[in-house]
Ligand binder design. Structure first.
Ligand code: WT7
Length: 643
């Protein structure tokens, strides 16, 4: 069933801007002549000085990735100024509040003015090209305005998801030494408030680099303002001019940093630059979603994740689209909310995550079927593998078998989509991200880095660069090479495993490193472990992912207490609350198992393979345990598995 091929419908192929033949031709040209291909695509964004050099990449040695390097541009001009003459009065952003009674529409002209006012305000606070500005905002229009104002100044924005704790916010601000923080009094989600300013105040006790805090008034909740440091957004911006000069930026000047989790150490500041990222955002948004002028496009992600950066803000606005920004959650006030918003705003393209689809699938067909959804044309999925059952439910019930589904595989590091069907060109298979976009060269390698051909399973690598690729880890270029280019020399290693079938289709099987994917949120098991061992009663902890019906993966923790400590239900609850407080609610453990000992090799290395199997209740195939220092711990762990 899951290998069933769902052909491109003739009526879609007939209108396709890229059909099967065109896709093959583009793919071939991008492979044979990347310079020619990308010279042909680069003018989809606005340049102040057009580049003459296109690609200059070396995946070996120190690793150097440059695209369009002598071009000069400003990302905010591509997203705003150049649209004013042709679509100034077109809606750029439809904002839909958490409360279904609150919404707003912002035209390109209004958005441009808002961005310019904040640009002037931030300049007044001393922000200039190259400075880092942290954004900790809910899903309100101000989030897009803040990003674009930073881009206009040439300041590097670093967005921290509003669900992260004060400590997580602080460590991200410290790592990139941000001088300004932009936040709001509170956020709103599912009828509750999120204490953003209070969290920020807590974080800033440890952040001496922050000189100013700009606070957007959102809920109107009562929050303390620190004189000399904090300023209300409106007090800063209302008195500003609504025009502001955009800073000329080199194509390789940084646009933003976004922190993401890896298998070791603290989160890495993934750095994206201006020219290549913008070309990739525009190219992929237009072609993967087959975006047509005048359409309403809705990506349900949060701007705190890369999906929000590329497919709520930069890609859609570069393409002059109307992009919908949603403050709320899928099940508030009811589980029909997504479908009601689609009808309310006549959404044509809808892009969401498998975890949301699975949760809504549980509620049955009735909450979907009571809405029309006739406006829908294309559906998308992102963030984790989508199981064929959820794919088919989405296809049949949400899209009424009319709408192609683009299952888009990519990463924070890749800047935009790399593997996905193009709706008019590529037949779909439920559960497969299908084929690479033009300019993308995936391969599968074995454990030694040998390329495996044909139908096979292996480690997913990329053999060559594409314009949207990350350029470095902020402040640590050596770690960039080490993390992505040293496992398999001269190749970018994704950290994912994949299978390729006889049709050349890719099926992403999930992470092969110590990263877990919980509801599409990426987390390093090492981060959760270090949060646990920071608790005074914990001696040791090992964290693995376990299969979870709704979240994709759940967080399973093995905890060894210090001697004399009692493993009580109260302590279990306390540890769950502790991790929530240390990292944020998204990292709350799903299961905690008390472990008198952990399975270690004689050299002291924890054998996670065994812990993963026990958490998944696959205890029949534990494999060789003879190299363990104390094989008896395994039996205890199996017997006391939390299920
Ligand atoms: C990891 C990247 C892509 C933006 C949001 C997440 C997994 C992502 C898919 C997909 C299977 C997917 C991978 C990847 N992933 N999309 N369509 N099918 N797996 O970005 O937080 O950087 O996470 O998400 O494991 O490595 P991220």
């Amino acid at each position: 069933m899951s290998d069933a091929l769902i052909a491109v419908k003739p009526e879609i192929a007939a209108k396709a801007r890229i059909d099967a033949a065109k896709y093959r031709a583009m793919y071939e040209q991008a492979e044979k002549d990347p310079d020619g291909f990308w010279r042909g695509e680069m003018n989809r964004i606005a340049w102040m000085k057009a580049p003459t050099k296109i690609k200059n990449v070396d995946f070996h040695g120190d690793v150097s990735i440059k695209w369009f390097e002598d071009g000069v541009l400003n990302a905010s001009v591509s997203c705003l100024d150049r649209h004013l003459a042709t679509r100034g009065d077109q809606v750029a952003i439809i904002w839909e509040g958490d409360d279904p009674k609150s919404d707003a529409k912002v035209t390109y002209r209004q958005l441009h003015a808002q961005v310019c006012r904040l640009t002037n305000g931030l300049r007044e606070l001393g922000v200039k090209k190259g400075d880092r500005v942290c954004i900790y905002l809910p899903m309100i229009v101000e989030a897009a305005v803040a990003m674009l104002a930073c881009a206009r100044i040439g300041a590097i924005h670093s967005i921290v998801f509003g669900g992260f704790s004060p400590d997580s916010l602080a460590s991200r601000i410290q790592d990139s030494e941000c001088s300004v923080l932009i936040t709001a009094d509170q956020g709103r989600r599912g009828g509750r408030t999120v204490p953003l300013k209070t969290n920020a105040d807590e974080a800033l006790k440890q952040c001496p680099s922050i000189r100013h805090v700009v606070v957007a008034k959102n809920t109107g909740g009562d929050v303390p303002m620190q004189a000399g440091r904090d300023i209300w957004w409106s007090d800063l911006c209302d008195r500003q001019k609504d025009t502001a000069e955009p800073e000329p930026m080199g194509a390789e000047d940084p646009l933003f940093i976004l922190y993401t989790s890896g298998s070791t150490g603290k989160p890495k500041g993934v750095l994206h630059t201006t020219g290549g990222y913008m070309v990739w955002a525009s190219f992929t948004h237009e072609n993967v979603f087959d975006y047509r002028d005048g359409e309403i496009y809705w990506c349900t992600a949060d701007v705190g994740w890369v999906t929000g950066h590329t497919y709520i803000v930069y890609g859609p606005l570069a393409n002059g689209a109307t992009t919908l920004m949603f403050e709320g959650v899928p099940n508030y006030p009811s589980v029909s909310r997504f479908w009601e918003v689609i009808d309310k705003h006549q959404v044509n393209i809808f892009y969401t995550a498998p975890t949301a689809i699975r949760a809504l699938m549980r509620e049955g067909e009735a909450p979907v079927k009571k809405t029309s959804r006739k406006s829908l044309r294309i559906l998308g999925s992102v963030g984790e593998p989508i199981n064929p059952e959820a794919w088919l439910w989405y296809y049949r019930n949400v899209g009424d078998e009319r709408c192609p589904i683009v299952d888009t595989w990519w990463q924070t590091e890749t800047g935009g989509i790399l593997i996905s069907p193009l709706p008019g060109a590529i037949a779909q298979k439920p559960g497969s991200a299908t084929l690479p976009l033009p300019g993308v060269k995936p391969a599968l390698v074995d454990g030694e880095g040998k390329i495996i051909e044909g139908a096979a399973e292996g480690n997913l690598v990329l053999l060559d660069s594409w314009p949207g690729q990350m350029r470095t880890i902020y402040g640590d270029h050596a770690r960039f090479g080490q993390t992505y280019f040293s496992t398999f020399k001269g190749m970018y290693f994704t950290g994912d495993g994949a299978r390729r079938d006889a049709d050349g289709y890719y099926w992403i099987t999930g992470r092969v490193d110590d990263v877990i994917n919980v509801s599409g949120h990426r987390m390093g098991t090492a981060e959760i472990e270090s949060a646990l061992v920071a608790h005074p009663k914990v001696a040791e902890a090992a964290v693995v992912g376990m299969p979870h019906d709704l979240k994709g993966q759940g967080i399973y923790c093995y905890v060894t207490l210090k001697s004399g400590e009692e493993p009580t239900e109260a302590l279990r609850k306390e540890l769950v609350a502790w991790v929530r407080k240390e990292i944020g609610p998204i990292a709350a453990p799903d299961a905690i198992q008390w472990a008198p000992g952990l399975p270690k090799t004689r050299s002291g290395k924890i054998m996670r393979r065994i812990l993963r199997k026990i958490a998944a209740n696959e205890t029949d195939g534990l494999g060789d345990t003879s190299t363990l220092a104390d094989p008896t711990v395994v039996q205890d762990l199996i017997e006391n598995r939390v299920g």
